[in-house]
Design a protein around this ligand. Structure first.
Ligand code: AMP
Length: 243
């Protein structure tokens, strides 16, 4: 009889401990979202922030480009939208993103670059994260005319996605990545007509997210036209203030 009660006690204790550790895990989870127009420097900053914060850098654009490289069904579907400067439909993006954030390296949090890009995506993400996650949304502010100038000279590494600029941040060796020696190329979506379309899409579909996160009190504006080191410092300070 005594053994039965003892067994019951341990089962209840086990339950309490596991619920608490699950809660703790979610509470200590940090999700950082980088918002900003295409070409505002989200990718460059995300690479540095990811190292400093020890959070995986998750870029939906990079995930799509990887799918295109590997010629997957998802890659084939996404390519036509991307080449035209359009957004890939929410259902495809969300499924791909949720699959990525369920990987073990994202258990303590992650840094999102290029997601969410529509109100629909933001709402789905909010539901998934719940209330216990620490959410920090940073908005890089860059004028359209600066975006055009940046896109015109931008070079991207085929291997590691690092970006350079022909005039303002050239690689040490022509057409070769300083970090991994990969080949540098101009992304098709950096061509002028595509940049124009991407900015139009940004203003109509992604910019409303600024108000969405402002209302939730989780948005911090960062001047994005400063030199990359200054932008990085401002981003880190903003994150540290929230932590
Ligand atoms: P990025 O590298 O973030 O500039 O993304 C390149 C392209 O991938 C975008 O222009 C879109 O076509 C597509 N893409 C990336 N992220 C998303 C997203 N969250 N929603 C819809 N399309 C996306």
């Amino acid at each position: 009889m005594m053994n039965k009660w003892l067994l019951l006690f341990f089962i209840v204790l086990l339950g309490v401990v596991s619920v608490n550790s699950e809660e703790l895990e979610t509470r200590s989870k940090k999700v950082v979202i980088l918002l900003g127009p295409p070409g505002s420097g989200k990718g460059t900053q995300a690479i540095r922030l990811s190292k400093s914060l020890n959070l995986p850098h998750i870029s939906t654009g990079d995930l799509f480009r990887e799918n295109i490289r590997q010629n997957t069904q998802l890659g084939k579907e996404a390519k036509s939208y991307m080449d035209a400067g359009q957004l890939v439909p929410d259902t495809l993006v969300v499924e791909m993103l949720f699959d990525r954030v369920s990987k073990p390296d994202a258990i303590k949090g992650y840094l999102l670059d290029g997601f969410p890009r529509t109100l629909g995506q933001a709402e789905v993400l909010e539901k998934k994260l719940g209330k216990e996650v620490q959410l920090i949304v940073l908005n890089l502010q860059v004028e359209d005319r600066v975006i055009f100038a940046r896109a015109e000279g931008r070079l991207t590494c085929r291997q590691c996605s690092a970006t350079y600029h022909r005039e303002t941040a050239p690689p040490k060796v022509d057409a070769q990545c300083d970090r991994c020696s990969g080949e540098l190329y101009q992304r098709p979506d950096d061509a002028l007509p595509v940049v124009q379309e991407r900015l139009r899409v940004y203003h109509s579909q992604t910019a409303p997210l600024i108000e969405y996160y402002e209302k939730r009190g989780s948005l911090i504006h960062i001047p994005g036209e400063n030199p990359p080191d200054t932008v990085y410092r401002d981003l880190m300070q903003a994150i540290q203030r929230q932590s």
